[in-house]
Design a protein around this ligand. Structure first.
Ligand SMILES: NC(=O)c1ccc[n+]([C@@H]2O[C@H](COP(=O)([O-])OP(=O)(O)OC[C@H]3O[C@@H](n4cnc5c(N)ncnc54)[C@H](O)[C@@H]3O)[C@@H](O)[C@H]2O)c1
Length: 251
């Protein structure tokens, strides 16, 4: 039985990686999906796959760090599908570098996308969810809970995602809008595999209690559960989807 029939979802950063997997699963489960990415053509390419598989979807271009662009994307979604039930704040722009190398431009861009994008998304979407309730899913990271080198900004932003998720869940709870986060560990997206290389991948698999990297479907299935009524009493949580690495200690 499809779980999201009649629902409308907007997913940011949906042209590849986790966002794309989430958008594809939501559409396969009956949702109408707005796929949003920096360039409209990227979003439309991913949308073509969804519609070729029988899903209902539109592709929209928006820089999520731009408040007006995010509000416009939510407006276009409402204009197309008439409502909005689920928002997945997934888009991120990231640079790992030593503390000394961080520039004001990098700071502004990473914070603008990683936190600003979520703030503008929630601000634009929440008023449209008040009538029937809704589910907001912010993609955080285990990097927000565990320390790692060259990740000062990334880790700080992702810890911030957990914090704003908790506060939003309190503010929006009475409107029956649930707000949760997912904290993935290393997930085998094309970008991550290319960035890590074979040695680091081997090392991470060896340290994983479950003995593998995460797959995009691991995150998409968790997002589906958070989007659906099955998680109806869950809000303000950051759910680790990490194969147990967050609790691993090898003395
Ligand atoms: N892949 C992992 O191992 C992993 C682990 C933990 C957390 N995450 C988080 O999951 C999310 C997705 O990760 P991914 O690996 O799929 O990333 P990715 O880089 O493959 O995809 C990110 C998407 O966001 C889009 N994007 C970037 N800047 C944007 C902007 N300003 N406006 C709109 N769209 C923009 C990109 O074009 C791209 O489509 C991110 O929030 C990331 O931090 C990923």
């Amino acid at each position: 039985m499809a779980e999201l029939v009649g629902r409308v979802a907007l997913v940011t950063g949906a042209s590849r990686g986790l966002g794309r997997a989430i958008a594809e699963l939501f559409a396969a489960e009956g949702a109408s999906v707005a796929l949003v990415d920096l360039k409209r053509s990227w979003a439309e390419q991913a949308t073509a796959t969804v519609t070729a598989n029988g899903g209902r979807a539109i592709g929209l271009g928006a820089d999520v760090s731009d408040r007006a662009a995010v509000h416009a994307a939510v407006g276009a979604t409402i204009a197309q599908f008439g409502r909005l039930d689920v928002l997945v704040n997934n888009a991120m722009w990231n640079r790992y570098e030593p503390i000394a190398d961080i520039t004001p431009d990098t700071f502004t861009k990473m914070v603008g996308v990683g936190l600003g994008g979520i703030v503008w998304g929630i601000q634009a979407a929440a008023p449209h969810m008040r009538a029937d309730g809704g589910s907001i899913i912010n993609i955080g990271s285990m990097a927000g809970r565990l320390g790692s080198p060259n990740a000062l900004l990334y880790a700080g932003i992702k810890a911030g995602v957990d914090g704003l998720t908790r506060s939003c869940s309190i503010e929006l709870g009475r409107d029956r809008i649930r707000v949760n986060a997912i904290a993935p560990s290393t997930i085998a997206t094309e970008g991550v595999l290319a960035m890590l290389g074979a040695e680091k991948i081997k090392d991470r698999v060896a340290r994983s209690p479950i003995g593998r990297l995460g797959e995009t479907r691991d995150i998409a299935q968790t997002a589906l559960w958070l989007a659906s009524d099955r998680s109806g009493f869950v809000t303000g949580q950051s759910i680790a989807v990490d194969g147990g690495i967050g609790h691993a200690f090898y003395p």
